[in-house]
Design a protein around this ligand. Structure first.
Ligand SMILES: *[C@@H]1O[C@H](CO)[C@@H](O)[C@H](O)[C@H]1NC(C)=O
Ligand SMILES: *[C@@H]1O[C@H](CO)[C@@H](O)[C@H](O)[C@H]1NC(C)=O
Ligand SMILES: [Cu+2]
Length: 145
């Protein structure tokens, strides 16, 4: 009885898909792929393959760059700095908890990577597209404290 309930509770997690998103492929200021459509329970592995980057949720518009420490929520994320300067290919796993759009960028260089267009969209919509988010980042006036 207990075992059956436990298995039923675990089943959705086990069935979730896994996606890999590379940060800095070919030494670029990029997320590859830069857009994903994922379901609740899916896992996204962000893996840094060059330099020193983060995957951090931010605002779709307004204050886009740099993404704030901890990321913009609810259900946002912040990988913290993932440095591949030592060739260690560090990763960060995010389990999808809703199907709302989430927009992420990189915190490195006080927003410079963000303004350079290093951005990522999870479940973008017809109103909030990847392209518009990237434009918002690239034209973002960084407000320094
Ligand atoms: C990665 O970048 C952050 C922010 O610039 C810095 O604090 C950290 O020391 C860097 N990591 C390495 C290993 O250089
Ligand atoms: C993320 O998940 C992958 C695949 O299961 C694993 O190889 C990797 O070590 C995980 N990363 C962290 C930081 O837990
Ligand atoms: Cu970066």
């Amino acid at each position: 009885m207990f075992k059956a309930i436990l298995l039923a509770a675990l089943a959705p997690v086990v069935l979730g898909a896994t996606f890999v998103v590379q940060l800095g492929l070919n030494n670029g200021l990029t997320f590859t792929p830069n857009t994903l459509v994922a379901d609740i329970g899916d896992v996204i592995t962000f893996i840094d393959v060059s330099r020193n980057h983060t995957s951090t949720t931010t605002n779709f518009d307004g204050a886009v760059c740099p993404p704030p420490d901890g990321g913009v929520g609810p259900n946002g994320w912040d990988s913290g700095f993932l440095s591949d300067l030592d060739g260690s290919l560090p990763s960060f796993n995010y389990t999808v908890v809703d199907t709302l759009p989430h927009f992420a960028s990189c915190k490195q260089a006080a927003g410079a990577h963000c303004v350079a267009g290093m951005v990522f969209a999870l479940n973008p919509t017809a109103e909030q597209t990847f392209e518009q988010f990237q434009t918002n980042a690239e034209t973002n006036p960084i407000v320094t404290k």
